[in-house]
Design a protein around this ligand. Structure first.
Ligand SMILES: Nc1ncnc2c1ncn2[C@@H]1O[C@H](COP(=O)(O)OP(=O)(O)OP(=O)(O)O)[C@@H](O)[C@H]1O
Ligand SMILES: [Mg+2]
Length: 463
């Protein structure tokens, strides 16, 4: 099946005859709208951006150059062909500098205009193709990045921006398990280098004396045990892509010096070699160490830090973005259910309350492990409080029981989850009463019918 793409073109010109002429010439192949002045066209671009604008330079309400600037400020991808009555090359040049795709001179030769339109549309087609390919790569390599909290959305917006600058080094800092590696690969697949290689070097996993040859490779016979034909280093492997230096805080000072040399000019020698190589790759690094403190203690080079951290992305801990806990937990629940052939499809509200109030030290990795363990030990389809390791105890569900002078629990500032509490007590009472509803009702000071009603309501809610 082939999809026919119809391109939308806006014509902006105060010359009515010309507008009509162009409209008639183009409307059988494109979706065309015509505007006599800049402002209504800017508004239309705002509401419903077209693929291409054919924009006159001499307009009644605003110069075409200013209109071009305004339109492209808000829609940097908008393609614009300028139309000018003056054979003034300077105006055309400033239009091109502002991002116009082409310009044509009045009186308009419709054939010349058609050639220019075709060129621009071809560029749009190619751009769309690259976008589709990039989306495919992203989906294949980063199938899910869950982040609903404002804190992580701000980070991801920032990541989208920095990814576009294909050569700028980025340092990602954050506690263990916050998703630094995932963000590093997102930077790669969202960058213009997305179809280049993404190469990871875990700096803590390589012995100190091997790091140089691992990074820069070696020439044949460089050392005993070296492969006879020499070997490419990871820097070379990562050419035109991204080199991800994970746990960069674990690099020895010698390795730091060698890396710094490469970062300064993109040049390096293989170990035992005299050929100078020059490579373009983006270096993304990550650490959960406090590099500032390491710099103070002379364990990390300050000059290297500045080279690596041209852009710094700080990933908030899971405790700082509690709105993400449940969406991420539900995501892992589905993933591990499938992986382990189980049928989990929901999380009990007491277990949810527990997860939400728990102090996560290992962040998302800890949450992931906890959910996987729960799926393995639980029976499903509901992930219960004991499944997530909280047993039948109330820690995490009940806030610390501060009481007032009358002995009544004080409502804590952060509030409580009344429904979770009710659910919990009804289950506890039912269990304690050995499944006898009359006894369970007594334990809670409820009538038999009130107890049954509440128990049924909780069951209904969950079915
Ligand atoms: N926002 C997220 N959505 C879904 N999964 C995530 C998210 N963030 C992290 N993960 C998952 O959590 C786990 C830990 O993430 P990652 O390895 O990227 O952490 P890290 O910050 O590199 O940790 P460390 O400092 O220990 O190396 C991985 O399995 C990752 O896929
Ligand atoms: Mg990591």
């Amino acid at each position: 099946m082939t999809t026919v793409i119809t391109y939308a073109i806006y014509i902006v010109d105060d010359d009515q005859d010309l507008r009509e002429l162009l409209q008639i010439a183009l409307e059988n192949r494109y979706q065309v709208r015509a505007f006599p002045a800049a402002r209504p066209a800017i508004e239309a671009v705002e509401k419903d951006p077209p693929d291409l604008v054919i924009l006159d330079i001499g307009l009644p309400d605003m110069s075409g150059i200013d209109a071009l600037r305004t339109m492209r400020e808000r829609h940097p991808d908008l393609m614009v062909i300028m139309v000018t009555a003056f054979t003034d090359v300077n105006i055309a040049i400033s239009a091109m500098k502002l991002g116009a795709s082409d310009y044509i001179l009045k009186p308009i030769n419709t054939e010349a205009l058609e050639v220019s339109i075709q060129n621009v549309l071809e560029r749009i087609r190619l751009r769309k193709e690259v976008q589709l390919l990039q989306e495919k790569y992203l989906k294949e390599n980063i199938p899910c990045f869950i982040g609903e909290s404002n804190a992580i959305q701000d980070v991801m917006q920032f990541v989208d921006k920095v990814a576009k600058a294909a050569d700028t080094p980025v340092l990602i800092v954050g506690e263990t398990g916050t998703g630094k590696e995932l963000i590093a690969s997102a930077i790669h697949y969202k960058s213009p280098n997305f179809n280049g290689p993404f190469v990871t070097l875990n700096c803590s996993a390589i012995p100190k004396d091997l790091i140089e040859s691992e990074l820069f490779g070696y020439e044949k016979g460089a050392f005993t045990g070296a492969h006879a034909s020499g070997k490419k280093g990871l820097v070379e492997v990562a050419a035109n892509g991204t080199l991800f230096l994970d746990e960069v805080g674990d690099l020895s000072l010698e390795a730091q010096a060698k890396l710094l040399r490469f970062l300064e000019d993109g040049e390096f020698y293989r170990v035992g070699g005299t050929r100078k190589f020059q490579i373009r790759t983006r270096v993304v690094s990550a650490t959960n160490k406090d590099l500032d403190a390491m710099i103070e203690k002379d364990l990390f080079r300050r000059d290297l830090y500045y080279r690596l951290a041209v852009i710094k992305v700080e990933v908030p801990s899971l405790n700082e973005r509690r709105d993400d806990i449940l969406p991420i937990a539900r995501h892992f629940l589905a993933e591990f259910s499938k992986k382990h052939g189980k049928v989990f499809d929901r999380i009990e509200s007491t277990a949810e309350a527990h997860l939400k109030s728990y102090q996560w030290k290992g962040n998302i990795r800890e949450l992931r492990n906890l959910v996987e363990r729960g799926v393995l030990i639980g029976t499903g389809p509901t992930l219960t409080l004991p499944d997530v390791g909280a047993g039948r105890r109330l820690e995490g569900v009940l806030p610390a029981p501060a009481v007032d002078s009358g002995g009544m629990a004080i409502l804590p500032d952060e509030g409580i989850d009344l429904e979770a509490l009710e659910d919990h007590y009804i289950r506890e009472a039912f269990k304690r009463a050995g499944g006898n509803e009359t006894k369970a009702a007594k334990l809670l000071g409820l009538s038999y019918y009130a107890f049954r009603y509440r128990r049924k309501k909780l069951k209904d809610l969950k079915s």
